[in-house]
Design a protein around this ligand. Sequence first.
Ligand SMILES: Nc1nc2c(c(=O)[nH]1)N[C@H]1C(S)=C(S)[C@@H](COP(=O)(O)O)O[C@H]1N2
Ligand SMILES: [Mo]
Length: 363
Amino acid sequence: MTRMTYAGKRADLIVHEREPFNAETPREALAVTPLTPTDAFYVRSHGPVPAAQDSPWRIAVGGLVARELSISLAELGGRRFARTEVVATLQCAGNRRAGLMDVGDIPGEAPWGPGATGTARWGGVRLGDVLAAAQPSPAAHHVAFIGADRSEEADPPQLYGSSIPLDKARRDEVLLADTMNGEPLPDLHGAPVRVVVPGYIGARSVKWLGRIELRREPWDGYYQATVYRLLAAGETPAPGRGIELNQIALNTDFLSPRDGAVLRGGVAELTGYSFAGGERRVGRVDVSADDGATWIQAELLEDEGPWAWRRWRARLELGAGRHELVARAWDTSGATQPERPETVWNPKGYVNNAWARIRLQMV
Ligand SMILES: Nc1nc2c(c(=O)[nH]1)N[C@H]1C(S)=C(S)[C@@H](COP(=O)(O)O)O[C@H]1N2
Ligand SMILES: [Mo]
């Protein structure tokens, strides 16, 4: 039996903050299966889990719609909207921030490693079906999601909220989810209902969903207008400043062996993950033992569908001594990853998709 810690999470999670609970999955746990076990899945929360609401929980749909709705859990349970499942990778925009902190200070943010990501089977109803019932007006171009959790770290303190374009919201893969890996959604992951926006930064997959608002413009709250935006060096966060992050950028990291491992036998067996984001897919993964002068191709493992990462493995024969290995992916738009974190450093530490690096010693 795995020893349990906070609210059903495994004791080996790397905890960045106790309250609100923020923790990432260790590489070893991500390495085992294509779907991430729920008890090992990363948690990123900007406020406390909201207190249990008066049942029945309902989700209000309003704003620029012809028909305002108030949806009950029973309606999400299949009474009104058809149920469906999607395997999707969630990934925080702050995934791999630690690699940027090695390059330059990022005050006020935690040093997340490569485990601010995970892949689960999400079950629920299509957001598009709910929107069709509400009949968005022609002026509606964005769909905002407002959670029930109040974030004190926001300026000013406010309910957590964010939005996506209406065109994305109508797509089949975007869910109002109430199950995760076949079980009821756990409290830490947004029970009773969260949004799952495959291909977009985790911040858009709003947990503890309370309200859906159709709007002309993107959500103007802190987590859309001020943070989760890519700033230029020297800029500080302010409403509307910087590039709003939406589709996830192509990324890769090693999962095993661990950094600094000492290996025998002359062969290194490497595993890792790559995720393309947006509507792109992982096309190829390369690994190099000579800092990119020459590459071998990794073998792509299980294909869990268009919204999931690809795990991969590679075998490299290496002579005795110290080695540094690098890995990078290519996606189906032909894009690849930048070599060095120096070139992608930004003041909030988002989107570190520089080549993955791992050091090994062969004896
Ligand atoms: N209501 C609410 N939804 C939220 C957040 C939050 O703080 N409050 N954090 C977001 C961020 S930044 C990420 S990366 C994902 C993390 O989802 P998880 O905790 O289920 O892994 O949830 C998103 N949804
Ligand atoms: Mo995030």
